[in-house]
Write a protein that binds this ligand. Structure first.
Ligand SMILES: [Zn+2]
Length: 155
């Protein structure tokens, strides 16, 4: 799932929450629920293994990161009527699983291996190719629409 979808859905949960801790925990769990839904990026994950395809992966991730940062910046600018500490705790909870996985991929620190494996066990639980669930291009359009919906309910 796109990072910006994790951030936006977490911001929505944060807006509905009364405590930063509960928002953080709920969004940490929500991350896995969203990743469980097939979203067309299995090839993207597989491309991590091929150096010649890494450029494409990094371009995709950079675009997602920039969109996410713009989203976070927009939350800071707009008065959305909710305690922003709760919203940012929610977003941190929603993004933390992917941040930990990325940290593991960069450092290979042993204590995160089980977490990394669990994340991809959930992420790849419903194999996309075998079930022909969804293409990346279709998934990106759906995620774009979901993002617009989340923006509408958040702001
Ligand atoms: Zn994830």
């Amino acid at each position: 799932m796109l990072m910006v979808i994790h951030a936006a859905s977490s911001a929505w949960v944060g807006e509905l929450s009364s405590s930063a801790l509960s928002a953080f925990v709920i969004c940490f769990i929500l991350h896995f629920i969203l990743d469980f839904i097939p979203h067309g990026d299995h090839n993207m994950v597989a491309n991590y293994q091929h150096k010649e395809k890494l450029r494409r992966v990094y371009t995709f991730l950079t675009a997602d990161l920039i969109t996410t940062l713009l989203f976070l910046f927009s939350i800071e600018i707009f008065d959305i009527g909710t305690d922003k500490r709760i919203i940012f705790a929610a977003i941190l909870g929603g993004l933390l699983p992917d941040l930990l996985v990325s940290f593991y991929k960069l450092t290979k620190v042993r204590f995160l291996k089980k977490f990394h494996d669990f994340h991809f066990f959930i992420h790849n639980f419903l194999p996309e190719k075998k079930h022909k669930t969804i293409r990346l291009s279709h998934a990106l359009v759906l995620q774009g629409l979901l993002f617009l919906f989340l923006l509408k309910v958040i702001v």
